[in-house]
Ligand binder design. Sequence first.
Ligand code: GSH
Length: 209
Amino acid sequence: MLKVYEFKGFANPARVRIALAEKGLFDKTEFVQINLPAGEHRSPEYRAKNPSGLVPALELEDGTILSECSAITEYLDGLSGETDLTGRTAIERARINMMQRKIEQGFLGAATDFFHHATEGLGPDVELYQNADWGRHQLDVAMKTLEWMNGVLEGQDYFAGDAFTIADITAMAGCALLDFLKLEIPAGYKNMHAWHARVFARPSAALAA
Ligand SMILES: N[C@@H](CCC(=O)N[C@@H](CS)C(=O)NCC(=O)O)C(=O)O
């Protein structure tokens, strides 16, 4: 049995939920809720498990804790012996990792910075330092990255090529966050809209939120 510490409905936990569902492991997982607005992720008990104080974290049966969605997904992908989410050959793995990193940093991460710095974020008890200018700048970064992502999808169905990978999962989390922030993918980004319809029709997407 796998155990995932998460806060259901939030973007990064959604990434691991999608990966679990894609790998057929969702029903073999226990989900433990860590209430972020109540600051539970800052408690000594949770920090003893995951010193970064972030969710999600995966706990294995032997007590090993893995944090960072990309590392957790790599582990889950490896369990099946069929590493379709993170790539099989050296070039596939490198291309998928490259796209995942760009989307994680430039889109999901930048939109997350906007959420924490230029909106109420997790509320005054949790957001102890905010820099609204930085937050707004990061929204520009996220929207510029989105334009680049629309270009990447010209002539291919998924971010790393013709198959669904971890790069798409990270992009889905970024889109879910935009949605939560009531920000829209510009209407002219046709490739992004087609990709959005394609990936959110996957059964794994229904288990994400
Ligand atoms: N890079 C981390 C990001 C995790 C993350 O930022 N999680 C958010 C929830 S979506 C969180 O725990 N936020 C709490 C906080 O910022 O105080 C990952 O890949 O897991």
